[in-house]
Design a protein around this ligand. Sequence first.
Ligand code: SF4
Length: 332
Amino acid sequence: MCFTFLSGKFVLVQVVAVNRKSAVLKAPAFGCLKGIPAVNVTRNCLHQCVYCYARTFPETPQKEVHLYANLPELLRQELARGKLRARLPKAAAFSTASDAFQPHGAILKTTLKAMELLLKYGVMVSFLTKGRIPKECWSLFAEYQGLVKARFGLVSLDLSYHKLFEPHTASPFLRLRQVEKAARLGLSPQVRVDPVIPGITDSPEAIESLMRHLAGAGVAEVSVSYLVLRPGLARQMPKRLPPDIWRPIHLAFKGEPYTNCITSARTRLARLEIRKKGYKLFREIGKAYGITVRVCGCKNPDLPFEYCVPWEVTSRPAQEVLKQGDLFGRSV
Ligand code: SF4
């Protein structure tokens, strides 16, 4: 459970178990996720980030987080069928509209089971998290090191930013320690600096501090994108942020035309000169610390496209693993 700010007051958000009706391994047909099934363990997310666009979807419950309790069973059936037909996906991505590592026992258990199944079938698992990863998941990642792509969301090390913008996520310093741990395990962790908040997290000092800590944690690659303002977010953020914080953010988008961005045709991007200046700083400072910086192509359709996700993976594809049969000595 956690609290969220709704209609001018804090309300309790509860986790409710529901049965998922549709298939799990469906690949979204957009952006970098094309061809890669996205697995969401829940609908809505306990982390309650102020800038979360997934929470503004009309179908997202406002006072509840729905946990797909039958997800492991559905996955077990789909993977068995996929293996029979030699049609397993090469990778699955956790998650696009929720975090796989929310602070709740049943959610974490479901995530562990789902990831374990995929890995046992030789399907690469990629995750992007701002949460605390439990030790059982770390043991799993160590066992399947070559099949796990670990990505961590980290925008700022500033604790007041954390409290205001990402109130229920793991602290930025815990996330840094997890990045270090992933690097020690050989998972080649990537960090996603998204959303950069104009005027709040993009000062040269803030970027320098972030990149220095990331380099110290063993990060070699970072993907970065500024906040994109979908209509739902433009309504949600001013309700959750104090006016003196929201006003300058809003000014970075004011008067900008609606742009077709990922699945929304009514998204506003931050002014081009703000983004260009910020990305240049990220690249220069990143280079000084030996970090490659990629600008997310999907969220910056007016800039030269850069690919920033790990699907062009270097490890063996699932089919190759399956042929060798080296993962099927265990029961699935
Ligand atoms: S962790 Fe991700 S999915 Fe969860 S609230 Fe934050 S932005 Fe949304």
